[in-house]
Write a protein that binds this ligand. Sequence first.
Ligand code: SAH
Length: 340
Amino acid sequence: MLGASRQQLTAWVQTQDQPAYRGQQLHQWIYQKGIRSLSEITVLPKPWRQSLADVPVGRSQLALRSPSQDGTVKYLLRLEDGQIIETVGIPTAKRLTVCVSSQVGCAMACDFCATGKGGFQRHLGRHEIVDQVLTVQEDFQQRVSNVVFMGMGEPLLNLANVLEAVRSLNQDVGIGQRSITVSTVGIPGRIHQLAEAKLQITLAVSLHASNQALRSQLVPSANHYPLTALLADCRDYVRITGRRVTFEYIVLAGLNDQPQHALELAQHLRGFQSHVNLIPYNPIEEVSYQRPRGQQLQGFLNLLQEKGIAASIRRSRGLDRDAACGQLRAGHSSESQSPI
Ligand code: SAH
């Protein structure tokens, strides 16, 4: 049910010999009241309501809620088949952003990312993506303003379900397309496919390196998708959608944070309608990369800006709960987290 549009719900109630307006009722109770079973919809006639008790709405169970000192909350959610995913709620003064997962695990195996260390389990259905946003909205008792597909998984490998979830988040939950960001490491052919969907969402591309050699060392899939081809596809995205592209660049001390890397990056992005987001590396257990010093990071940013490249530093949230970028992995827990 979750992820279904008003029209789809209306069509469905009619197959149940019910009047069309019951579709609107279902829609309201699913998306606004957050029901977990159709039997909770008290405005429905009792016999029908009872017969719907076993029709799944598609909500997950909260397995763990882990608040950070900075207000960020990480959730572990248990899906119907027992798989666990992570979602993060990130409040700021004016916004509530949800960082959603698009897959259980991830197949991309980027060397610096915790999710990639656990391998890929399965794609998430559209309802499992929409559920994450409703869960955070209900917990914070505040409307979600922004959604970023920056949790576990590679969204463009699950593009059909991601596009359905985006439609539902936009039209059923009421989140503006411009407030939705899909982040990808880049999958050949898929950026074009996303552009052809002609949405007003933001595309974020995990670049992380200023040349092909360094990138394929950090991001194994880059071996099959040269940097020049990826950037050409990003230009194509800007041309088709009229939206600028965000480039994410994890800064790893001593590895990709030297002045020559900033200059090389600036060269690639000259005249490109884009924005560079510098993300200081967040430590994970398996690898020994280093977080850059503040001065080095600032120097890198200054160089980019001197070359006319729009750029900023992304402040990491939720670090103390392993809820920051690249730190998401299912089933992780520590003593201070209490199960619900
Ligand atoms: N697969 C998609 C979606 C995941 S987004 C993608 O790669 O874009 C996760 C974001 O966090 C990406 O920008 C990713 O590169 C970044 N990230 C991963 N590991 C990180 C780490 N250890 N420190 C900081 N950022 C990290």
